[in-house]
Design a protein around this ligand. Structure first.
Ligand code: GDD
Ligand code: MN
Length: 361
């Protein structure tokens, strides 16, 4: 079995997080090695990251490692969590390309070579997707299907950075370790791919369809808690709540400047305009450094250009708000206050979308 030592430094690192997967390791290992060798990939390492499994998983991996030098095992003591386990594996990996996958055979090892191929061909991230044409899931209940769909939609709304793949919740993907920024901004969570998409907003992403198989042995670690953590992770990464908070602070700046100018000049129009502009400048500075900080590295335009565009996009938001309010009130007979509130909501969505797509893109 010993076939390592054919290369000084592996080209491909496969990151394999395990928690109580004793029955799955050997079949995974042999299918993975066959799939890689069949496609001519010889120079690789298999990095298992285990969080002190209690079912003998560690012994099974140690036995493999003693006969195959390409197998490495990292055991984390007193720590749990899929995303951080994967990060640890990535940190210790040596390949230019890393592949991340589950170890319960729900991610078919036979898909790995096409993921590697995509990164070799210049993509920064290749995602094995259940939702790409030709992909799918095996044996899922209605409930799990609906929840997974709901979770995808939530990601689509809150995290525009995730829209470059049809399956941002996939735990099966390959990436270029030399080109990508790899860390977890959201701290923990189950879905490391979301963090990578967020931190690398302009990475070139390709989807490769695959079928998410039924678990053959062992149990899923997905719990209600994991789902709650998923929502927290999305909210942590999302620019939307930050955009909203900055806007609220901006209104205070607006009022303060308005008051100061009005007290000293007594000219209402001037005070109002200066108040609004001060609020917009305040917002633009914070959107630069806080709301859309993850995109800062790729900015080409100067701050003044962004400020001008932001003035225009905010005007667009206000116009949408006024129009929505008027239409609802005049044509649909909605209560004036309700119409105005809905107008504010519509204005916010337009304002946020314009700012995130055209001003801080
Ligand atoms: N080291 C470590 N620590 N590994 C873990 C931990 C942990 O705390 N929790 C889970 N794992 C490992 C499991 O051993 C398995 O290999 C893999 O992570 C996925 O865990 P499952 O419990 O099988 O998750 P799942 O099948 O519900 O979810 C998977 O499917 C999603 C798609 O719906 C995950 O892989 C997601 O990443 C994937 O997107
Ligand atoms: Mn699984």
């Amino acid at each position: 079995m010993s076939s390592g030592g054919r290369c000084d430094r592996p080209e491909i690192s496969i990151i394999l997080p395990t928690y109580n997967e004793a029955g799955n390791i050997k079949p995974l290992y042999s299918r993975l090695v066959s799939a890689l060798e069949a496609s001519g990939i010889k120079c690789f390492e298999l990095i298992f990251v285990d969080d002190e499994s209690t079912d003998g998983t560690i012994d099974v991996i140690e036995a493999l490692a003693s006969s195959d030098p390409r197998v490495r095992l990292i055991v984390r003591r007193g720590e749990r969590g899929l995303a951080t386990a994967i990060l640890e594996g990535l940190k210790r990996s040596r390949g230019n390309i890393a592949v991340v996958m589950d170890t319960d055979l729900q991610h078919p090892p036979e898909t790995v070579p096409s993921l590697v191929e995509a990164v070799r061909n210049g993509y920064d991230i290749a995602v094995a997707s259940r939702y790409a044409k030709g992909g799918g899931v095996e044996g899922w209940s209605r409930l799990r299907l609906v929840m997974s769909r709901g979770a995808s939609i939530l990601a689509w709304i809150l995290l525009p950075e995730s829209r470059r793949t049809s399956d941002p919740m996939s735990g099966f993907f390959a990436l270029n370790t030399r080109k990508l920024k790899i860390s977890a901004k959201s701290g923990k969570g189950f879905k490391i791919l979301l963090d990578l998409l967020y931190l690398n907003p302009y990475a070139k992403v390709m989807d490769i369809p695959f079928t998410f198989k039924k678990r053959s042995s062992g149990k899923s670690k997905l719990t209600w808690r994991t789902m709650a953590e998923y929502v927290v992770q999305l909210l942590t990464l999302s620019s939307m709540p930050k955009f909203l908070a900055v806007g609220a602070l901006g209104s205070i700046v607006n009022l303060l400047v308005f008051t100061a100018v009005y007290r000293s000049t007594g000219i209402h129009e001037l005070s109002s305009i200066l108040g609004f502009e001060a609020g917009l400048i305040h917002n633009a500075i914070l959107h630069d450094r806080f709301t859309f900080a993850n995109r800062a590295k790729w900015r080409r335009e100067g701050f003044l250009v962004r400020l001008l565009k932001y003035n225009a996009s905010s005007a667009g938001g206000i116009a949408t708000g006024v129009l929505t309010s008027l239409i609802l009130f005049r044509l649909a007979g909605v209560e004036p206050l309700v119409a105005q509130a809905l107008g504010i909501g519509a204005g916010f969505i337009v304002n946020f979308t314009l700012a995130s797509k055209y001003v801080w893109r």
